[in-house]
Design a protein around this ligand. Structure first.
Ligand code: ADP
Ligand code: MG
Length: 504
């Protein structure tokens, strides 16, 4: 855990920006992109609609001019136009074209049906109107477009015909400089930039502040967790009342602390129990050796002492190998073989092995395992399961009693039952007998304390590693029955395995 915190603090040092700052930068960048996009769309839309309104204006003006024109003998009389448009007329090229500005005065030009100039306003002289703006209306379709003046300014031009008796008699061209419109749009862009910058600034400050507020509970959690790393795993981080991600994090942290606390105290208890169990035989051996060495003794006395020392060392080595097996199991280092195990044969042979011990104690041992049962597992460890259960059954049964072993199988599982008519287990001990070092009191008195209390823990672990389960039912004074259930291979898999082994 300390290493985890060290890693976190190096990480914290190696990242130059806090998460809060990073979030604020991301928010602001995303908002800036959004603002830019909205601004661009808004600008485009506004430009289009302003241009459309200029076009409508031009069409109305052309219509007004058309209605003010009077036809005399089939040709257009310009007197009305001249009064409303100052300077309107034809230019004599010999007099030279005066300097014209499309922004000064109206932009109007009139041509006859043969595209000859009838008259134009002074400002129009700066406008090189394209030929299509005359030919297209004469063919029946009004023309409109944006053209550049000689001064390089954009001008919107609209061109239509005046008809008499269904025939075109004149072409009316009206224009308007887009300079004012562009100036307006530029002003708008400048204003948008200023407002956008202010909004972005507010967004940056706001998101930094908001991110700070959202991270405050996490900061508090981290501070509490930092205090806990000092070693007191019974502490818990405060769980905020609001049901959000921080509450989920706090609950997860607390669950993690709880399971760490439990596994640490389990580990501590295991070490304490193990040292206690190891100390007893070692003390016995030392005492016996010390007493024997006090004075010279006969050959028989030495033999007796050595015999009892041998028994204690035997118990000690059993205890050590049990402890090692469980420790390996805890660390996940124990590897289980996956081989075909003939459980019926295994039960028979283990029972035959235990027969000697049973006879020695005057106990009748009977086995019922006629049905062949095969499964995939670790044979040596399954023998250990059988031996531990048989050892208990024989150990906790009075002389003259009976122990029965039976093996049955269904299509999916095998059931091994070891039943004895022994001392039984009191109901208050039953839930604990699979715990490490747990021994019922009567077991200690009955066997003179020779057990270690690890046998059933090992049985439970091995069976669990085979995906099986172990259960017990017992009545004090009547006996106990241990049932081990192990899953078998599905028939299809079995057939495949058989084929595979045939082929090999
Ligand atoms: N067949 C049994 N009959 C009565 N008590 C039993 C039997 N098997 C187990 N026990 C009880 O369960 C306890 C734990 O068993 P085990 O883990 O094998 O430890 P040990 O046999 O070394 O005491 C025993 O101390 C005993 O109290
Ligand atoms: Mg035992």
């Amino acid at each position: 855990m300390n290493r985890l915190f060290a890693r976190l603090s190096t990480l914290h040092r190696s990242v130059p920006f806090s998460l809060r700052l990073q979030l604020a930068v991301w928010y602001t960048m995303a908002f800036a992109a959004l603002l830019l996009l909205t601004g661009a769309v808004f600008y485009q839309y506004l430009e289009r609609s302003l241009e459309a309104s200029v076009d409508t204006d031009l069409q109305i003006r052309a219509q007004q001019i058309a209605s003010s024109l009077v036809l005399q003998h089939g040709s257009v009389a310009l007197s009305n136009v001249r009064t409303t448009l100052p300077g309107f007329g034809t230019t004599n090229p010999a007099q030279g074209v005066p300097l014209a500005d499309v922004n000064r005065g109206a932009l109007v030009r009139l041509l006859d049906a043969h595209a000859r100039l009838l008259g134009e306003t002074p400002a129009f002289r700066a406008l090189p109107a394209p030929a299509a703006s005359v030919t297209q209306p004469l063919q029946g379709t009004p023309w409109q477009g944006t053209i550049l003046s000689t001064g390089g300014q954009e001008v919107r031009l609209y061109s239509r015909t005046l008809t008499a008796g269904g025939k075109p008699v004149a072409v009316i061209q009206v224009g308007e400089s887009l300079a004012t419109l562009h100036a307006l749009l530029h002003q708008l862009v400048a204003a948008l930039f200023v407002v956008g910058f202010l909004v972005l600034l507010a967004c940056a400050v706001g998101s930094y502040w908001l991110a700070g507020r959202s991270f405050a509970p996490i900061q508090r959690l981290a501070e509490t967790a930092r205090k806990i790393k000092a070693g007191d795993l019974s502490q818990r981080v405060p769980v905020p009342p609001v049901r959000d991600e921080v509450q989920y994090l706090a609950v997860t942290l607390n669950e993690m602390l709880h399971s760490l606390d439990q596994s640490f105290s389990r580990q501590r208890r295991f070490v304490a129990d193990a040292s206690h169990e190891l100390r007893t035989p070692v003390t016995v051996i030392r005492n016996k050796a010390e007493v024997a060495l006090l004075r010279p003794r006969s050959q028989d006395d030495y033999c007796t002492v050595l015999h009892s020392i041998h028994m204690e060392t035997e118990r000690l080595s059993h205890l050590i190998s049990d402890l090692l097996a469980l420790a390996h199991g805890d660390e996940g280092l124990a590897c289980f073989e996956r081989e075909t195990v003939h459980l019926d044969r295994l039960v028979e042979s283990t029972a035959a092995h235990a027969e000697g011990l049973a006879q020695e104690r005057g106990i009748r041992l009977s086995v019922q395992a006629s049905q062949p049962v095969t499964l995939i597992g670790d044979e040596a460890r399954l023998i250990q399961v059988m031996m531990n259960l048989l050892d208990n059954a024989i150990r906790y049964t009075h002389s003259g009693g009976q122990v029965q072993v039976s093996l049955q199988a269904t299509a999916s599982q095998a059931q091994l039952v070891v039943r004895d008519a022994g001392i039984g287990i009191a109901p208050e001990h039953l839930p604990h007998i699979f715990e490490r070092f747990y021994r019922a009191d009567q077991a200690r008195t009955h066997t003179g304390g020779s057990g270690t209390g690890l046998g059933l823990s090992i049985v439970e672990w091995i069976v669990r590693m085979h995906n099986g389960s172990v259960g017990v039912s017992s009545q004090i004074g009547c006996g106990s029955s241990f049932t081990v259930t192990l899953p078998l291979l599905p028939p299809a898999q079995k057939a495949r395995r058989a084929l595979g082994s045939d082929a090999s």
